[in-house]
Design a protein around this ligand. Sequence first.
Ligand code: APR
Length: 308
Amino acid sequence: MKPKVSIIGAGMTGATAAHWLADKEIADIVLVDIVEGMPQGKALDMQESMPVAGKDVRIIGTNGYEDTAGSDVIVITAGLPRKPGMSRDDLLAINSEIVAKATEETIKLSPDAIYIILTNPLDVMCYVAMKKGNLPRERVIGQAGILDSARMRAFVSMELDVSVENVNCYVLGGHGDSMVPLTRHSNVAGIPLNEILSKDRLDAIVERTRKGGGEIVGLLKTGSAYYAPAAAIAQMVEAILKDKHLIVPSSVYLQGEYGQRDIFFGVPAQLGRTGLEKVYEYDLNEEEMAELKASAEHVAETMRDLSI
Ligand code: APR
């Protein structure tokens, strides 16, 4: 029997993640959404593409939770985007309720599942899932850092016209404007970025990375990025199911690492079959530490607004 991955929220990111995952042929997939017929329609359409893709994967769409039973990984992308007139607190209250319910419903049926969270505000929604599911920190991982780092990698690769495979970038911290692109630890085939790019070009790439989500929203006008976030989900799921011990920037619950405690925060995390295996700590200079601290304060502030 194949492993099973359930994706709660079959919107743009959830459905695209299902697509990337189906193409990897590593798990059967269940898509859950509250919109009637939508997850069923997307799942059936995707299922009908499998003969062409040559992949033996079962994809089910549903409005209930029963079919998620026995999942190895649960991905939560369910949530509302911030709409005009909606305050940050309104969004926090609505999405925390959605994530709480999704976790409570799924954990009953998949008591051993590992959770990957996407819903924003990301770092705080991870905390909601951990608390509501009564989960150990190893089993709740937020997706943000792979996406932010992938954006930076894409910009460097386009700038230098080199393969994306040669570009290693690490973006840590909270998911949002206060993220911390670590230029000193990022490189092209081992050559530090500041040796291969002028200061101006590097600064521009860092700035574009920080505003990467907004750039896509500005272009799309309605909706936000989903291809890259979904690809990041697929990479995390694969790392877990294949027990790869893959080190990727992810939002995990810190207990003293990087001088932080009791918040979810983007750090280099090793992922394998049990979920979070290890947090890696960089030797950071004063400036980098100060940026991370400011970013952590940002997450802590949103945590204080949370009432669960
Ligand atoms: N249960 C299941 N699905 C839900 C629920 C719920 N209680 N509430 C909302 N949803 C579904 C919506 O019906 C929608 O199909 O979640 C889906 C979200 O999809 P999109 O609106 O297309 O959003 P998407 O671009 O996929 O972003 C997903 O990622 O970046 C974060 O904050 C962002 O929460 C958003 C998430």
